[in-house]
Design a protein around this ligand. Structure first.
Ligand code: F1P
Length: 612
């Protein structure tokens, strides 16, 4: 029995066929599949990691005739974007009593904030009232720190939407859930469906509708899937909109911060830019305009990944820092800063990272970012996010073992960049920069900053940008790709990824719990019930599950899991070796590189159970 299961596992691991074929991981939605392109990413050198990430990102823009799923550049996607852009334009034209709300959990909520702030800023610049608002599960503190539990709360989703849109007569609600899975967003969409006179719901996500999550949501009569089914009916009459192209599996399975986050940014920028141009410069919203704008983002990928070697060198530097227990620090200015904060905050749930492993700092901190709740006292122990916090809390202890990454563009205050760069250089020579400029524009101090840095990725963007495509948007996507590559690659080099799975993910909400249980099944070959038992033992740190534990609900499990480190590796070692929790813990302590610990166990297991 064990041998059959193992043979199946090996077969699955060595499968090279297309993820789009019907028999490829048939029980999983696309957003949770493992990408055949990155199966060996855990053993690849930095330069190959970057190339694999590039190939995965390129899948977003693949055009396949007769493809099984809708893609980013599909006809239907462009048409839905046009319709949603027209709704946005209507609100711009007649903003009174109207509101656009963007909402999501984790990365999706952070991008809701990012896009809302950018759009409102542009409107204010034109003396137009701000018509956009954002909601993030867990409130503003979730913008810059990992708060995964609120994602499971559909009631708080609905209530927060009700509150933000109080008194409005017309609300365009855009819910983002990459995996079509977050109960928080399902609750909001359901609320919209119950009040169709006011709310028009739009759903952005990256699975085909039939793969929307269908697990019961405690205390609710709906599931994400049932909400999507209702929306599909309403979509026929343009009373609801679904924008759900598939992007191909993530490079690290389930890591929707990567392609999912990039595509969210692309799609919503296309919608808002088209509406903005229609309202302020009378450029009609056309199918071709939308498609051309979408395609221009493909060029951002080309330009960014043309610097593969530089990205790989930064990844190696960051990897070395993490390997010796030191950190990576993003110091940034303007809008790029928010991307640094976002990237840093995601590493905790994705790789089980400590907040000090990767930290982001932006000029004036919250004051500059304009979030709803103002200055945040982030998580007690965690330091603030302004440069002054960096100077106070991080700079004094900085050494050559830490990596610092400056993120800036020629439209930032480059004097300030140079000033801070000089101070950092006194402490570490391990400083790098990502610098965006347009063709022909150079900042006087840039030469000096280059000399202070051991490496600068200098992106020079063509002046003649398509009118629809703001330069700022290009720089942002490009920076996001670089940061995602550096932080993901650094964690791979640290041994936090096995094949293309995050083996040290946090188990802090129902989606992550199910993902962890599935991963244990896949790697151990044991049945689901046994894997869940092992997971619970690791969460509660016991060798025998008590009646009390067994009767606790999932929320209690995920709440308890917050306090335990290396839950999934611990459960896996127990499953594979039969060790007690204490023994497994000491095994993991002896082999702090999680991938190596897991591999050692898998090897032992193979030896014990004979040849395959
Ligand atoms: C939301 C999310 C992710 C995060 C983690 C937990 O996912 O918070 O952003 O990285 O995977 O879930 P989704 O609702 O956008 O699919």
């Amino acid at each position: 029995m064990a041998t059959v299961a193992k043979t199946e596992r090996i077969k699955a691991f060595s499968a090279t066929h297309d993820w789009e074929s019907a028999d490829y991981e048939p029980t999983l939605p696309v957003s949770e599949m493992s990408n055949p392109l990155t199966r060996n990413i855990d053993r690849a050198p930095a330069s190959s990691i970057v190339k694999m990430l590039q190939a995965c990102d390129a899948q977003m823009f693949q055009e396949k005739s007769g493809a099984a799923y809708e893609r980013l550049l599909s006809d239907q996607v462009a048409k839905s974007l046009m319709e949603v852009a027209k709704r946005v334009q209507l609100i711009l034209k007649n903003p009174q009593d109207s509101l656009i709300v963007l909402s999501g959990c984790g990365t999706s909520g952070r991008l809701a904030f990012f896009i809302t702030s950018g759009f409102n800023r542009e409107l204010r610049r034109l003396n137009h009232s701000a018509v956009c608002s954002y909601i993030i599960a867990g409130g503003d503190r979730a913008l810059f720190s990992s708060q995964e539990a609120p994602e499971d709360d559909p009631i708080s989703g609905a209530l927060s939407l009700k509150k933000v849109s109080e008194g409005k007569k017309r609300v365009l609600f855009i819910g983002i859930s990459c995996g079509l899975s977050a109960p928080f967003v399902a609750g909001q969409l359901d609320f919209c469906l119950q009040h169709p006179d006011v709310y028009t719901p739009v759903l952005v996500g990256f699975n085909p509708a039939h793969q929307a999550r269908n697990e019961p949501i405690p205390g609710c009569t709906f599931t994400f899937h049932s909400v999507v089914t209702k929306m599909r009916e309403l979509a026929k009459m343009q009373k609801a909109f679904l924008i759900n192209p598939v992007l191909g599996p993530e490079a690290i399975s389930g890591s929707s911060r990567m392609k999912g986050g990039s595509a969210t940014k692309i799609l919503l920028e296309v919608v808002f830019s088209a509406a903005h141009a229609a309202n302020f410069s009378r450029t009609p919203i056309t199918y071709n305009g939308i498609l051309q704008h979408l395609r221009s983002y493909g060029k951002v990928l080309d330009i960014t990944y043309s610097q593969t070697e530089g990205i790989a060198a930064m990844m190696e530097a960051a990897g070395r820092s993490l390997q010796c227990g030191r950190g990576l620090c993003y110091l940034s200015w303007g809008c790029l800063g928010l991307l640094g904060l976002i990237d840093a905050s995601e590493c905790k749930p994705t790789f089980g990272a400590d907040y000090k492993d990767i930290q982001g700092f932006v000029g004036g901190g919250c004051k500059e970012l304009g979030n709803k709740e103002g200055d945040l006292n982030l998580m007690g122990a965690e330091s603030g996010i302004a440069h002054i916090d960096f100077l106070r809390n991080v700079l004094p202890c900085l050494t050559d073992k830490d990596t610092v990454l400056l993120l800036y563009s020629h439209s930032d205050d480059v004097d300030e960049v140079a000033k801070l760069a000089r101070r950092v250089r006194e402490k570490t020579s391990n400083m790098h920069a990502v610098y965006h400029q347009t063709d022909g524009d150079t900042a006087a101090q840039q030469g000096e900053i280059n000399k202070l840095c051991s490496l600068t990725l200098n992106f020079i963007w063509p002046q003649a940008t398509p009118a629809s495509m703001g330069l700022q948007h290009m720089w942002e996507l490009s920076t996001k790709l670089v940061l995602n590559a550096v932080s993901t690659g650094a964690h791979i080099l640290k041994g936090k990824v096995y094949q293309n799975y995050m083996i040290d993910l946090q188990v802090t909400n129902s989606k992550l719990y199910c993902r962890a249980a599935r991963l244990l099944q896949r790697l151990s070959g044991h049945p689901k019930s046994l894997c869940e038992e092992a997971l619970l033992k690791a969460i509660y740190q016991v060798d025998k599950l008590t009646e009390d534990i067994m009767t606790c609900n999932l929320t209690t499990h995920t709440h308890t899991a917050r306090k335990v480190k290396k839950v999934v590796p611990l459960a896996l070692v127990c499953l594979l070796t039969g060790y007690s929790i204490k023994e497994a813990q000491s095994h993991l302590e002896q082999k702090p590189i999680v991938r190596e610990a897991v591999e050692a166990c898998l090897r032992e297991q193979t030896l014990f159970s004979g040849s395959l």
